[in-house]
Design a protein around this ligand. Structure first.
Ligand SMILES: [Zn+2]
Length: 109
């Protein structure tokens, strides 16, 4: 289990960040993909934007973007006709149980 997964497991959504290049390293990695220095870790803002929506049976999934860079796929707690790309969401829960799992709820616009 890497640092990203072990933090997820305790409900923390974190990203790797390079203090030398002053940039977010995403997808998460122990080393910067630009200068190969060791990264530091910090929590990510829980406020994101819907990029893409999809529906599978009765569940709605979306790709949401955080901090204009970090894109993750998760389950949206809403009906598909209530949501549209560009809408604000909040990361309501995240966990790791062998797989990354993210849950979003719609922000009141
Ligand atoms: Zn770097």
């Amino acid at each position: 289990m890497n640092k990203f997964e072990s933090e997820l497991k305790t409900g923390n959504f974190v990203t790797s960040e390079c203090n030398h290049c002053n940039r977010v390293v995403w997808p998460p990695s122990d080393y910067c993909d630009n200068c190969f220095q060791k990264v530091s870790w910090r929590k990510i803002s829980k406020n994101g934007t819907i990029i893409e929506l999809s529906k599978k049976e009765n569940d709605v999934f979306c790709i949401s973007e955080f901090e204009n860079k970090i894109r993750i796929m998760g389950k949206l707690d809403a009906q598909i006709d209530m949501a549209k790309p560009g809408q604000r969401v909040k990361l309501s829960k995240c966990l790791f149980n062998g797989k990354n799992r993210f849950f979003f709820s719609l922000e009141n616009n």
